[in-house]
Design a binder for this molecule. Structure first.
Ligand SMILES: [Zn+2]
Length: 223
């Protein structure tokens, strides 16, 4: 058990402040909506509730134990802390990003999933499911999100937003941007009629090729 290296925790707090600002700048949330977290050892560093990103300082970032105990928090931790903790418990996530991004919310209100109309969706594990609606901040929402994440690194929350995770905050955030881009692209495709989608076999082929190329890069000593 690692309680979280103090230097790493400090770095995580600073990183969460800068990514919170990006969340607004990139249009993935408005006001103080959306929340992000990073796992450091067995401590979750998470944005507080109701603090706008313009006012957010590293010392405002809350530190929470895996069982939900508040270790340090000036204000109130994000209302979605139970969902973040549930995702860390159920997956190999090291960072979680929750957005209220408009394209995703629009899709969530009318479709059961985001289908694969572009092969980049393999980075999210395949077509992204829409989890049933459950009130924000509830244990039920955490459960619904984890259930719909099965085999995916992204989930859409009906009439609410999206959650992505990754091996670090950069990857989790890039996936949130990718999900919004894929959803916008799908909406554009719908304007021509019902779009063609990629089959599971075609997606598997992309995943296998991407893995082969990454393996080749490692052998050549590329970063
Ligand atoms: Zn939310």
């Amino acid at each position: 058990m690692s309680r979280g290296d103090p230097d790493e925790l400090q770095a995580a707090r600073a990183q969460l402040v800068s990514y919170s600002a990006r969340l607004l700048a990139d249009g993935l949330a408005v006001g103080s909506a959306g929340n992000i977290s990073v796992l450091v050892g067995d401590i979750v560093a998470i944005t507080p509730s109701g603090v706008s990103s313009a006012e957010l300082r590293p010392a405002d970032i809350c530190l929470i134990a895996a069982d939900g105990t508040e270790l340090a928090c000036r204000e109130t931790p994000s209302s979605e802390t139970p969902m973040h903790l549930a995702i860390y418990a159920a997956t190999n996530a090291a960072a979680v990003v929750h957005t209220h991004s408009p394209e995703v919310i629009a899709l969530s209100a009318s479709r059961p999933e985001l289908p694969a109309i572009h092969y980049a969706i393999t980075d999210l594990g395949g077509p992204v499911r829409v989890a049933p609606y459950v009130r924000f901040g509830s244990a039920g929402l955490a459960e619904a999100a984890v259930g719909a994440l099965d085999g995916r690194s992204a989930v859409i929350l009906r009439n609410h937003g999206a959650v992505t995770y990754g091996r670090d905050l950069a990857q989790a955030y890039d996936r949130a941007l990718l999900l919004e881009w894929l959803t916008r692209t799908y909406r554009m495709a719908l304007s021509y009629g019902e779009p063609a989608t990629l089959s599971a076999a075609e997606l598997d082929e992309v995943t296998a090729e991407a893995r082969r190329r990454r393996y080749g890069e490692r052998r050549r000593g590329a970063p």
